[in-house]
Design a protein around this ligand. Structure first.
Ligand SMILES: Cc1cc2nc3c(=O)[nH]c(=O)nc-3n(C[C@H](O)[C@H](O)[C@H](O)COP(=O)(O)OP(=O)(O)OC[C@H]3O[C@@H](n4cnc5c(N)ncnc54)[C@H](O)[C@@H]3O)c2cc1C
Length: 310
């Protein structure tokens, strides 16, 4: 069975486990790891082989050396497909890889069938497109939160790659790394619970209420585009078509109307709870549980009740 290469970004994110799950339907899964990654986790989700590449030449010059490493590996092992994450880095590596191999590329897929047909969900979730790469092998980037990761243990063989990094791969260089101050909240796209606020929250200060509920539930904070555009909350927390896609067990929408572009980023959440003072708000069409009311009255009561039950 041909190998399927899954390109792993630093650490092992939820999307990595999703890619491993999808890749198992395409062939024998090989993870390509740049730098450090939790190899036990990769094994748990079916990586039969782990290629590692490290050292400053590979890690300190952005996506270019990584694309070179994957391209060399593709030429050597002739995989059935290459899957990468639809993240900034994953897409940059994918684009460079496709150019290097003179190969087709599909981005933002939510699934890849055994014959390489990729499924993309477009126009804010209203249209499903099936596409195939017509030149070369399927190189496909997978959107985070596309599928539920399923474990399938393997015992991987590990191979250290020697990558010939040329000067043209070193046209940018990392001059400093500053670790982001991480709060105690989970990462938005990985969180099991997300509490989001919209324009109805009213101002940046009021977002403390959204944060308080998220913290009580152990969740992440999200926001609608109207909320981030109004400066209530930072842009990296935007959920939706032009923001992050989330698919938590519980999504709480506070003062969000439920525009199609917002839904595109959260409609696959398992349970959706909405608080909105307008009974006609479209978010209620989607919600499993809805409260028609003023969020400034409802949220403090919910918070008190949660505190009592803790
Ligand atoms: C190309 C494009 C891409 C877009 N991408 C995104 C995206 O990624 N994400 C996104 O979110 N949007 C996106 N949008 C914008 C989207 O169309 C909506 O404008 C936006 O989602 C509205 O945000 P909102 O629900 O917070 O605000 P509004 O639509 O203004 O809704 C606010 C809601 O709060 C309720 N409310 C007000 N006060 C209270 C209160 N005290 N208590 C309870 N409820 C209250 C109101 O009844 C109302 O329903 C995009 C638009 C376009 C054109």
């Amino acid at each position: 069975m041909a190998e399927v290469l899954v390109v792993v970004e630093a650490g092992v994110k939820k999307v990595t486990l999703e890619m491993l799950t999808i890749a198992r339907g395409l062939g024998e899964v090989s993870a390509v790891v740049f730098g450090e990654a939790d190899q036990a986790k990769l094994a748990e989700f079916g990586a039969a082989k782990i290629y590692t590449a490290s050292g400053a030449d590979v890690l300190d010059h952005g996506a270019a050396p990584k694309a070179t490493a994957v391209a060399e590996l593709v030429k050597r092992v002739s995989p059935a497909a290459v899957l990468l994450a639809s993240t900034q880095e994953g897409k940059e590596i994918a684009g460079r890889l496709a150019v290097k191999l003179d190969n087709g590329l599909l981005t933002d897929a939510v699934d890849v069938a055994a014959d390489g047909t990729a499924t993309q969900v477009v126009f804010a979730g209203s249209t499903i497109v099936k596409s195939k790469v017509t030149k070369g092998l399927p190189i496909v980037t997978i959107r985070p939160n596309s599928t539920t990761p399923v474990a399938s243990a393997a015992t991987p063989a590990v191979e250290e790659l020697t990558v010939a990094v040329s000067d043209s791969d070193k046209l940018t260089t990392v001059v400093e790394r500053v670790a982001e101050q991480k709060g105690s909240r989970p990462e938005l796209t990985e969180a099991g619970i997300v509490v989001s606020g919209g324009r109805g929250v009213g101002n940046a200060d009021n977002f403390k209420l959204v944060e308080e509920l998220a913290d009580l539930l152990g969740g992440a904070v999200g926001a609608s585009r109207a909320a981030v555009d109004s400066g209530y909350y930072p842009h990296q927390f935007q959920v939706g078509q032009t923001g992050k896609t989330v698919s938590p067990q519980l999504y709480v929408a506070l003062g969000i109307s439920g525009a199609i572009q917002h839904r595109a980023g959260m409609q696959t959440s398992k349970t959706i709870v909405a608080v909105n003072k307008d009974a006609e708000a479209p978010i209620f069409e989607l919600a499993d549980f809805g409260v028609v009311g003023d969020l400034f009255k409802v949220v403090p009561q919910a918070a008190d009740e949660i505190r009592k039950r803790k």
